[in-house]
Design a protein around this ligand. Structure first.
Ligand code: FMN
Length: 259
């Protein structure tokens, strides 16, 4: 099999050309398609299947999300899914198997990582399934940053932890492919190799230029700032970041999400 010809075909081509889509047409996504996407998500590798997804359909329910985070175009997607880490159901299942199980303890880093990884794989399968149906999608991390507000607004029971929104619909934009690190940063054979500082700087410059020439922040954030400056602010330590981190950590701990 020749890799060059495979790149142009079917699933691999869909994966190599996928971009996040944040503007959608108003074409509805029916319940059958929604169920198909979620079922494809469930076929991802799994350990405990510790996830639940809530379709936000009712305009009143959607309004609650906008009240928490403000308006953002992807929130108008015809299929809006709240992806939750379901420590609640997982813990109940464990209780049926054994009285003294790990999720009742304060220390279960392995299970925590496994639950998060399988949830990520569930989401990625849904992303690919959407592509296969000629739909676009984007993952948003608003719930992760304000889990308590989402939990209250959507009346979630204890230990069902809202982490991501997935917006799906027919694309109403065709953005360019976004930059990725060179394969040599990510793929190592036999021995790990650190990229040099010049290589890292080179990639940061490339990513900055690509986002600026797309007009990424202007288009999606209405921001008049260079991408690299924006990212640098985003990852800077600050009082606001520390406060958010403590609140999120407290909520996670109380929900059984402990690393
Ligand atoms: C964990 C995670 C959280 C994300 N959160 C957001 C978000 O809050 N807002 C957003 O516009 N995009 C979000 N994205 C999408 C990324 O911005 C996007 O995948 C990245 O810029 C690369 O662009 P591409 O998907 O078009 O290749 C998120 C992606 C992941 C994996």
């Amino acid at each position: 099999m020749r890799a060059a010809s495979v790149r142009r075909r079917g699933l691999i081509s869909a994966m190599l050309n996928r971009r996040s889509i944040r503007y959608f047409s108003s074409a509805p996504v029916g319940e059958e398609v929604a169920r198909l996407i979620i079922e494809a998500g469930q076929r991802a590798p799994c350990v405990y299947q510790s996830y639940s997804v809530i379709r936000l359909k009712d305009p009143q329910v959607r309004r609650k999300v906008v009240e928490i985070i403000g308006d953002d175009p992807p929130l108008r997607a015809p299929l809006l899914l709240l992806v939750c880490l379901d420590v609640r159901r997982t813990s109940r299942m464990f209780s049926l198997m054994t009285e003294r199980h790990v999720l009742r303890t304060e220390r279960h880093p392995v299970e925590t990582v496994e639950m998060l990884v399988e949830m990520a794989m569930f989401m990625e399968n849904m992303v690919i399934a959407a592509e296969a149906l000629a739909l676009g999608s984007v993952v948003l991390d608003y719930p992760l940053r304000a889990p308590e507000e989402f939990s209250r607004a959507l009346d979630l029971p204890e230990k069902v932890i809202p982490l991501f929104l997935m917006c799906v619909g027919q694309p109403a934009e065709s953005p360019p492919l976004r930059p990725r690190m060179p394969l040599r940063f990510v793929y190592h054979v036999d021995r790990y190799r650190d990229p040099t500082e010049e290589e890292l700087q080179g990639y940061l410059t490339e990513a900055d230029e690509a986002h600026n020439s797309e007009g990424y922040l202007r288009k999606y954030g209405n921001l008049d700032v260079k991408y690299r400056e924006y990212m640098s602010q985003k990852v800077s330590q600050s009082k606001a970041q520390e406060e958010e981190a403590s609140e999120v950590q407290r909520f996670f701990r109380a929900s059984g999400l402990i690393l």
